[in-house]
Design a protein around this ligand. Sequence first.
Ligand code: ADP
Ligand code: MG
Length: 279
Amino acid sequence: MTDAPDVAPPAPAGAEAGSTATRPAVEARGLGLTYRTASGPVEALKGVDLVIEAGAFVAFIGPSGCGKTTFLRLVADLEEPTTGTLRVEGLSPREARLARRYGYVFQAPALQPWRTVERNVTLPLEIMGFPPEERAARARRWLALVELEAFARHYPWQLSGGMQQRVSIARALSFDPPILLMDEPFGALDEITRDRLNLELHGLWRRTGKTILFVTHSIAEAVHLATRIVVMSPRPGRILEVIDSPLPADRPLDIRDSPEFLEVAHRVREGLRAGHSYD
Ligand code: ADP
Ligand code: MG
C-alpha cells in the first residue's frame, strides 16, 4: 500500500498480516430504505448514522421488523438505499460486493445436501475459480477454525444444527473476507448449543480480527459478544442508542454473571423500552 500512514494504527487482537484497513469497515450517513409494496410504502429504515471501525464486533438488537436484516442487506448490496449514503471499506456496496469484502451467514445454514462439508465450504472458491489445492487448503484452515476438521467428508445431514451452522460460517470465511455479516445465525439453536457457539465465534473473532455485524434478538448474546451494541426501534427502524461495551476482551461464559455484564444488559433493555420496543 502506497498511501499507508507512517504509523499504522494497532491491528485488532489476532489480526492477520495484511489486514491493514485504515478506513471504517462500514459508514452509513442518513441511511434510509422505504420498500414499495402493493399495499403502499413500508419505511423499514430511517436516518441511520453509523460508523463501524474495522475489527469491531457490532451487535444489532431490536424487535422483529425494525430493519436489522434490511441494514445487512444494504451493506451486502442486496437492496438499494432510498436516502443517504453507505460505504463499505471505503467502497460503494456494489464495489464491495464485487471485491468480495464480506461473507454472509444466514439464520438457516442453507448447505447443499449432496455436497460434503468440505465441498460446501469450498463452493464459493469453486465459483471464484480457485485451483483445487488452494481450495482444499482453505477448507482445512477454516474447518479447523470452527473445530470441524474431523467432519470434512461428512454430509450436512450427518451433522447437528449447530455443526451445520459452523459449516456455513466456514463457508462465509472461505475467501477470507474482512467483514462477516451474520443475521441471527444461532437463532434456531437450543440455548446450550448457542452458548457454546457464542464462545466459539468470539474466539474466532479474536483470532482473525474480522469485522462482524451480528443481528440478534437476544440481549444476552448481544452483550456477551459485542464491542458495540446498536439498539434499534420498531418501524421505521432507527438507531435508539449505541452502547460501547466496557467488558474486557476475554469473555468466558460466566462473564454473564458479572456486575458489568448485567449493567450493560440493563442499559440495552432500558434502551429498547425507551424506544417502545416492548410495546
Ligand atoms: P428485522 O430483520 O429487524 O426483523 P426487516 O429488515 O426484515 O426487519 O424488515 C423491516 C421492515 O421492512 C418490516 O416491516 C418488513 O415487513 C419490511 N420488509 C422487509 N423486507 C421487505 C420487502 N422485500 N418488501 C416489503 N417490505 C419488506
Ligand atoms: Mg431479520
